[in-house]
Write a protein of this length. Sequence first.
Length: 576
Amino acid sequence: MRLSRYYLPTLKEAPADAEVISHRLMTRAGMIRKLTAGVYNYLPYGWKAIRKVEEIVRREMDRAGSLELRLPAVQPADLWIESGRWEHYGKELLRFKDRHERDCCLGPTHEEVITDMVRGEVRSYRQLPLSMYQMQTKFRDEIRPRFGLMRGREFIMKDAYTFDRDDAGADESYRGMFEAYKRVFSRLALEFRAVEADSGSIGGSFSHEFMVLAQTGEDTIVSCTGCTYAANVERAQLPPVLDRDETEPPAVEEVFTPAQHTVEELAIFLSVEAGDIAKTLLFNVDGRPVAVLVRGDREVNEIKVKNLLNAENVRLALPEEVTQWSGAGVGFAGPVGLKVDTILADFELDARRGWITGANKDDAHLKNVCLHRDVKNVRFADLRTAVDGDLCPVCQSTLKAMRGIEVGHVFKLGTKYSQSLNAVFLDEAGKEQLMIMGCYGIGVTRVVAACIEQNHDTDGIIFPPPMAPFEVFLLNLDPKDQAVNAKAEELHDFLESSGLDVLMDDREERPGVKFKDADLCGAPMQLVLGGKSLAKGIVEAKDRRTGEKRELPLDRFAEAFEAWKKEVYAGWKMDV
RNA sequence: CGGAGCGUAGCGCAGCUUGGUAGCGCGCCUGCUUUGGGAGCAGGAUGUCGCAGGUUCAAAUCCUGUCGCUCCGACCA
């Protein structure tokens, strides 16, 4: 491809509203343009990257035995009413009426549609298992779209669905997809972790998220330094403490702490560490008060509270509720004498006996509180959000926290949809059974954004070869010079015929402009040919990732290039 | 949903307080010079100042409404 015939509008400056690096670089490199909030045009250069990702995903899905199909974007409300999600999905589901006043929606996901299709055709266990996938534009009307392609309203997703006759089969389907996902992200040369994720409200099921590691990630995950355990912090389990200081403190003592509402204020006021304070949070759990105690420097994980109590709704108590339940204003609740039936304490508070807590009385706290001695109905459990340095629940090694971008999610659904939509089949005994389902998503457009978040420098994007729209940028520095031009054309044709995507910069621009654009657009390999290099009988080769330069002799170009390419590719951790 | 901010040339912005008929940088077009890390000079094109009302002799500027976009927040005591 010749740049003079291509559409690659690059920008020196990014639009003011682009906050994150991938958004800025994708805009500057002529990959995307915003049409409206959270909705983007994919320009040829951006689309080509998306296509490369799609192609790898497609190969691995096919290899895993899944069948590609294509479902509609517009869906009838009836199905969503039937599954119960017309009510529950919320405003992210974009709804509208057609000319006959029929309720419709734009598909944010396709469980309903595919389950409807399968239930209409599949009658016998002989037709199972089934695995199908599609790549398609989804629409989710996010409250606040942001970060360019990272959280758009319209985006491309690969979604797959499996239908099995029994639990064992469903687990196998799940494992197959899990492995396929690992291959996809490995082949894309992304640094990622597959982590345990919260399975939400669907009991008995499990799920994993695939996280691309990047400082700018919205999620925090923990990964064990000693074993393979890795989990989203929302989910990461923490073990009970092993080292206990059983020294019994002196009797509880009330201290005057005027207007010390927060842990930070209180710690300074009493000259102690936040970790010496046990904070008491009151929650409204399905309408009932529940007290949760964690160390002052920790955070309660509401999901754990919800799961532990098998609750539907967990929310922090309103100020009025706090006053009603604790007898004091916000900031002074404590476990001693608290008239709340359920008092939970994080495992960590079992590590020693003396804690500072609220006194259930305005402007007062208690010292030397021993939960075992001074509180009758306290129950210890894993209740807080994991942090860097916590111990692994599996092997007790240290957990390391890192930021990640969720690019894939595999989910064992069980019978959630087959039940609500009545997707059944007859087993060998002629008995009607519910299909066991799984669903699996990859945010294709987000993968591209996440890749750029992970692979860039101050000059621009650094594409890993598998995702690069063009593996090679060939800079023809003197397109007006007959000899240079002829040689550049020859190199271009040779590289293209060897199966590479090549973009030759044949514009009549100054060299500096070409260097800047090449770095910005991030092809992993740059070749530079100008009057000087031609006179020396070489072409200059630059590894975009390392910046390392090499001179390739023109008379032995084919083999020299092949050797260099191998070197460049070896720098990327690509499992193929 | 609550709060804040911004809409002026393709992009980044100034002008608005104190009304007088629109400017800067980059980009774009033409010419000459230049040519290995975002060139120089000269000339040129491009704006219903988001939209709709209002005030005024006169509105980018003041007022009202409206639309769009962006950011922050949605309660960890």
